[in-house]
Design a protein around this ligand. Structure first.
Ligand code: URA
Length: 232
């Protein structure tokens, strides 16, 4: 069992999870201990991703709530084995409430398609759920506040593998300042889940010559993912 403190100034103090859960009973033992009457949370034992998305949709835990149009929760298969995590919603995502739907998202769809995957088979989310003004990088306090949703979402989906898209997602999730170049091409670990790092599709749109390297990354991800799935 582990406890994760959400932060001294945030209204929700502690979340408690059983660490080892099977895919089937993974929602069963989550307990949310909220001290904040203003924060609406669904009753713990039967909480679904949909409930969590509804709770998150009115979040005001950081100042991005003042400038966002919509909370961009996540999209895809709630039981996905493979999860993609990007940086933060952009303008189009903020307007529509869905991650990766702009030009970068369309490229991500094509990358998934090349791997015989699509949005219904994987799960896609971002390190934070609200668009930072002018698409600046998420600030540590915003990431910290948003971990309330991020941690529960990850815990509910329980992917077997994670692919981090771009430097900001990689540095944020892996808690490192290392450049993207040194994070690509080797496996990392996040809470026991194997993590792969590749270019952000928005970067590939700006630097199309890197698409070949991105494709190599995706093939390696696919190989290990297939091996993992077929060994079960
Ligand atoms: N870039 C991201 O990192 N995430 C999105 O959802 C859209 C663009």
């Amino acid at each position: 069992m582990y406890l994760r403190e959400i932060g001294v100034h945030t209204p929700v103090s502690l979340l408690t999870f059983e660490a080892e859960k099977s895919k089937d009973d993974k929602h069963a033992d989550m307990v949310i201990d909220s001290e904040t009457p203003a924060l609406q949370v669904a009753p713990a034992p039967f909480k679904t991703l949909e409930d969590l998305a509804r709770d998150a949709s009115t979040c005001r835990l950081c100042s991005l709530a003042d400038t966002r149009n919509q909370v961009v929760f996540g999209v895809g298969n709630p039981q996905a084995d493979l999860m993609f995590i990007g940086e933060a919603p952009g303008q189009e995502e903020d307007l529509k409430g869905e991650p990766f739907i702009g030009r970068a998202g369309q490229l991500l769809d094509r990358m998934l398609h090349a791997l015989k995957l699509d949005r219904e088979k994987v799960y896609i989310m971002n390190t934070i759920k609200c668009r930072p003004p002018n698409n600046r990088d998420p600030r540590p306090d915003e990431v910290q506040a948003c971990s309330l949703w991020f941690d529960q979402q990850l815990d509910m989906v329980q992917p077997k593998m994670i692919c981090l898209l771009g430097r900001v997602a990689a540095q944020t999730i892996l808690q490192t300042d290392a450049p993207l170049g040194s994070l690509r091409g080797r496996w990392h670990d996040y809470q026991g889940i194997p993590v792969w790092v590749t270019y952000h599709p928005a970067y590939l749109l700006r630097s199309p010559r890197q698409k070949e390297k991105s494709w190599q990354d995706m093939r390696q991800l696919q190989r290990r993912f297939q091996a993992l799935i077929s060994s079960e």
